[in-house]
Design a protein around this ligand. Structure first.
Ligand code: IVH
Length: 672
């Protein structure tokens, strides 16, 4: 016994020394397998002589419940990754490589499984008891997540059945059901907590909770897809046989497993789940094909990234099936009605999608949507969500077809059909509350008067409370009126009034864009400004004159003419021109002389010697800039004064162009 104790002490001493070199000095002095070998020796001795185990033994650290959460632990066997292919050719190359190794043309059995999109974990069972769980980490060191994994119901804490090995490593995937993910996000949203972008992230986040009680509530699931035996190498002959046997020990495996011996069978398995996988309640991103014989697996071995005996044949992750809940008909700024489909949230390429535009009546009718239909969602160009089809055989009986309305869903006026039935518009203009809200927001937005700080929230409240009935009212707002809105006090109301006051000084192109004529955006507004110079000329122009302007077609000319032929519109524009200070547009000055200012998103920071910040802001706006308060990726220039703050650092980090006050003054001088 003394000899054993001595042996154990020596091993512990060595391991602790190597730990110190590795963790503290960051200078490992032995290789990983050598370290593992020593650790395994110690493990085996302690297994045999349990009375010699001490709490400070390095083995106890690995399996210990007292171990710090997420402390790094070394894997007994490296947790490698899988080679990937997206096409049959890639798979055939893999198969040929294997056949070459065994110089055989005879059949090799492959075990095909689903590739579940979750988090890989390693579970160590000793004498059938779960003693340690770890994430993959960098493949060599993972994080200790034992306590959290113990809360996952489908992971047995104790294996059942006979002939359980002394030590066994189970590898598999921890994942979250799509439905549980959806529920979790709904809950997180209402609790104003972090929103997860997909079930995989939700599973990862749940596994890394400091408080295991939170993990326990997250309903995580587990499927085993791999294993390592420590000593008893002749336990099983094939991968398939082993997984099936694991069921007897209480280890969950996914039931979609198939032994295939030709690439045709494998391709059929792949194809079978290509579409069907969307109906699973968990994310499947491909299939995994593994050489079935464990002897062959061992012979093939691994490279430093992946085993040579397995490959992932992946699906393109661009479609999801979900249930349609409703189609809402949204009224745009110019009265165009856009149908928008709302469905149960789905995650495509890492983004949660719960609605998709149906664009117009034609597109909507072509899909022939019914309430509660199952629909396939795609992100066209991997960005814009789109409904690509309806799964007809899943349609419920007696469900109602979704039809385009005849009356405006907001103001109830009769809708007008434009462009051969494609565009449908509500012509009520400012009489329609939806159009009113959107026009008012657009008017003060960066496309219009750029009243940064007067956003949709405040505007909607002002409309709701009937404080503003038309655009002119904004310019006569009093502090007392603003203070009736919740969260707006004396300081904020004064600020809003100042913002509106500053926005009065604008350019003709901004103004034309701001009034929101159907089909007139920034580009057309610029062409009109360049041609008419002052608003009055535009108001009184004829259709022919409008059509004669380069770049303005008959449809746009018709829309502009129509707009001003409505007396209310004409009166509003005239009144606005009286209240505002609209500067004439001179493209040459602005574009040629200060291209670094015109149309640029600019942020200012610090204290300026020659201007107050508001003055500087006003100058910039008049030079056609969009001035914002926050530095973002969209910021194109930062003008900084003295005692600049955080914005400077943020802009520097994003590599945004910068200019100090002297540079700016120089620029202005050159302009004149
Ligand atoms: S076998 C050497 N089988 O996919 C790794 N992996 O992209 C052998 N995965 O890290 C893994 N389902 O976490 C295997 N049926 C399956 C799988 C599967 C999901 C994950 C696994 C691995 C990742 C590789």
């Amino acid at each position: 016994m003394k000899k054993i104790q001595y042996q154990i002490n020596k091993l512990r001493e060595k391991i602790l020394k190597y730990d110190y070199f590795y963790h503290t000095l960051d200078k490992p002095i032995i290789s990983d397998p050598e370290y593992d070998y020593l650790l395994n020796q110690l493990y085996n001795l302690e297994l045999k002589y349990k009375e010699l185990i001490t709490p400070d033994s390095p083995t106890q650290k690995i399996g210990s419940n007292l171990l710090d959460k997420f402390k790094k632990i070394r894997h007994f066997f490296p947790m490698l990754s899988l080679e990937n292919t997206f096409d049959l050719n890639g798979y055939l190359k893999f198969e040929n490589r294997i056949k070459k190794v065994f110089i055989t043309d005879s059949k090799i059995d492959f075990c095909c499984e689903l590739k579940i999109d979750g988090i890989a974990v390693s579970l160590i069972y000793e004498e059938g008891i779960l003693i340690r769980a770890a994430t993959r980490g960098d493949g060599y060191f993972g994080e200790n997540i034992t306590q959290n994994v113990k809360t996952i119901k489908s992971i047995p804490l104790k294996l059942k059945g006979l002939n359980i090995p002394k030590r066994l490593e189970i590898r598999g995937e921890v994942f979250m059901l799509k439905s549980d993910f959806s529920d979790l996000n709904i809950q997180s949203c209402s609790d104003k907590k972090k929103y997860f972008s997909n079930p995989r992230n939700a599973a990862a986040g749940s596994l890394r909770q400091i408080d295991s009680k939170i993990t326990a509530k997250r309903k995580l699931m587990f499927f085993c897809h791999g294993f390592n035996f420590f000593k008893e190498t002749k336990f099983f002959k094939t991968h398939y046989e082993t997984l099936i046997h694991f069921k007897n020990w209480g280890i969950p495996i996914n039931k979609e497993i198939l032994i295939c011996s030709s690439h045709l069978e494998i391709f059929n398995f792949y194809k079978k789940f290509e579409k069907n996988r969307l109906l699973f309640n968990f994310d499947v991103d491909g299939i995994v094909i593994k050489v079935n014989s464990l002897y062959y697996q061992k012979k093939l071995g691994s490279n430093n990234k992946s085993p040579r005996w397995a490959i992932a044949f992946k699906y393109f992750p661009k479609e999801e099936i979900t249930k349609l809940n409703d189609v809402k008909f949204e009224v745009g700024r110019t009265g165009v009605i856009t149908p928008v489909a709302y469905f149960n949230p789905v995650c495509i390429s890492g983004v949660i999608i719960k609605k998709a535009s149906l664009y117009n009546r034609q597109v909507m009718n072509k899909l022939n949507l019914h309430f509660n239909d199952y629909i396939t969602i795609q992100r066209s160009g991997d960005v814009i969500p789109k409904i690509i089809n309806v799964i007809k055989n899943k349609r419920l009986k007696n469900t109602k077809k979704i039809v385009f309305p005849i009356y405006c869903p907001v103001c109830n006026s009769k809708l007008l059909i434009h462009e051969k039935g494609k565009t449908i518009r509500c012509l009520a203009g400012l009489m329609c509350n939806a159009q009113k809200k959107k026009l008012f927001c657009h008017f003060f937005s960066k496309y219009g008067l750029n009243a940064n700080g007067l956003g949709p929230k405040i505007i909607n409240k002002l409309i709701q409370k009937k404080i503003v009935l038309n655009l002119i009212d904004f310019f006569y707002l009093k502090e007392d009126q603003l203070k009736t809105i919740e969260n707006i006090g004396k300081k904020k109301s004064a600020k809003i009034i100042k913002i509106i006051y500053l926005s009065k000084r604008t350019t003709i192109n901004r103004f034309i864009c701001a009034i929101g004529i159907f089909s007139v955006g920034e580009v057309i507004a610029e062409k009109l400004s360049n041609y008419f110079h002052i608003v009055n000329n535009l108001i009184n122009s004829s259709k022919e004159e409008l059509e004669s302007i380069d770049g303005i077609g008959s449809v746009v000319a018709h829309n502009i003419f129509n707009y001003f032929s409505i007396p209310e519109n004409k009166r509003l524009v005239e009144e606005l021109t009286e209240v505002l200070n609209i500067l004439p547009y001179n493209q040459n000055i602005i574009n040629d002389k200060i291209p670094s200012i015109f149309n640029k998103n600019i942020v200012i920071t610090g204290i300026f010697r020659n201007y107050s910040r508001n003055e500087l802001q006003e100058i910039l706006i008049n030079l056609g800039a969009r001035v914002s308060n926050k530095v973002s990726k969209k910021t194109e220039l930062l003008i900084f004064g003295e005692k600049f703050g955080r914005k400077f650092l943020e802009a520097n980090k994003l590599n945004i162009k910068m200019m100090n006050e002297e540079d700016f003054i120089l620029l202005m001088k050159n302009m004149n």
